[in-house]
Design a protein. Structure first.
Length: 364
């Protein structure tokens, strides 16, 4: 059995939901199937973590998630921490976004623009990442940072520092509808005219204004979305390159995870760029279950297809700052510091899955 949550004029549910749960499912849901086995795991452990210790501290999902995070994914471990109960914004919400009518704060520091693989470029700072994929027919930009100032400083100037032309950006893919990933996009789009791609679910979320949080300057900097992703899987094709787009509901209900074939000399590797990480939608049990479902699907695909690279759009999540430092010290014959075995990479998605399940049980 699956519990079906459909966003389509009429919703039908093949499992029991409270009235509140149905309202949330209709408001938040895209076409989502939560496997009953995963749901039963969450429901079955909801009462297991009751003790005299801190609530949730002995939650079996948190224990499993923290174990999986060590040693490769220290940036994911706090997903299994006990929440404060306060709903927060994205972890990359800019400190340089000063209140209206005040001077902008200094731009953040961070790693310099770096060619991480032969066809993949890091463009970002100490909090938020954008990535550019170089193809035979121009660049595909994934995300656009917090605001026009960051887009100019880290994306435009970053590309120029590597001998590339920002005018060659043909497509901009927005991973999800939080401003720290799209709010530099209108500036770039108006200057260079690239096509913008986003999930239909998150495009509609932005149009409704119901994002749950906002920062001054985000709403007026939403780029014009020219193409929307409606299905669970889609592709972007440019020149000799195909990016695989996988809608992974959770962080938002239209988050897009991107699978990229990256090149390192004569070798190619599959990279998974997880589209959204933080649990900034609390309390919402169904969204945690959606997140866990997406993470488990990606974990299985990592193993099935032999993926070897984990990427994030937040530097502290994938440790890209540390890995970029190691990349600069790399000698001929050294292993690439971004490479993991598929088994090690799958443990990262186990962290996502188990921490989300643990947080779901705290709401049940």
């Amino acid at each position: 059995m699956n519990i079906e949550i459909r966003r389509s004029g009429i919703c039908r549910f093949s499992g029991p939901l409270t009235a509140r749960g149905k309202v949330r499912a209709i408001a938040r849901g895209t076409c989502l199937l939560v496997p009953a086995a995963l749901l039963n795991i969450a429901l079955g452990s909801a009462g297991m973590a009751q003790s005299d210790s801190e609530p949730g501290s002995d939650n079996p999902h948190f224990v499993s998630g923290l174990t999986a995070a060590d040693p490769d994914f220290p940036g994911l471990a706090n997903l299994c921490s006990i929440p404060s109960g306060q709903r927060g914004g994205p972890q990359g919400a800019p400190n340089n976004a000063a209140p209206q009518n005040q001077e902008p704060r200094p731009l953040p520091d961070g790693p310099p623009a770096t060619r991480v693989f032969d066809n993949l470029i890091f463009l970002g700072h100490e909090r938020v990442s954008a990535w550019a994929v170089e193809t035979s027919d121009g660049l595909i930009l994934i995300d656009a940072l917090n605001n026009p100032e960051e887009a100019e400083a880290f994306i435009e100037n970053g590309l120029v520092s590597l001998g590339l032309d920002p005018a060659d950006i043909r497509i901009m893919l927005i991973s999800h509808g939080h401003g720290d990933h799209y709010a530099g996009g209108r500036y770039l789009q108006e200057k260079y005219g690239m096509e913008v791609v986003m999930s239909a679910v998150d495009r509609d979320m932005l149009a409704s204004g119901d994002t749950g949080f906002n920062v001054a300057g985000w709403a007026e900097n939403i780029p014009d979305v020219g193409r929307t992703v409606h299905d669970e899987r889609d592709t972007i094709v440019l020149g000799d390159t195909t990016l695989e787009l996988v809608v992974t509901p959770g962080h938002t209900m239209g988050t897009i995870t991107t699978i990229i074939t990256v090149r390192d000399g004569d070798n190619t590797h599959l990279a998974a760029l997880w589209g959204g990480t933080g649990f900034n939608f609390e309390p919402n049990t169904w969204q945690f279950l959606a997140y866990a479902t997406s993470a488990e699907r990606m974990r299985a695909e990592v193993l099935e297809r032999g993926m070897e690279v984990f990427l994030s759009n937040h530097v502290r999540r994938d440790q890209s700052d540390r890995r970029i430092e190691l990349l600069r010290e790399r000698q001929p014959g050294d292993a690439h510091p971004f490479l993991l075995t598929p088994e090690r990479l799958a443990r990262g998605f186990q962290v996502f899955r188990d921490c989300a399940l643990g947080r779901a049980t705290l709401q049940l």
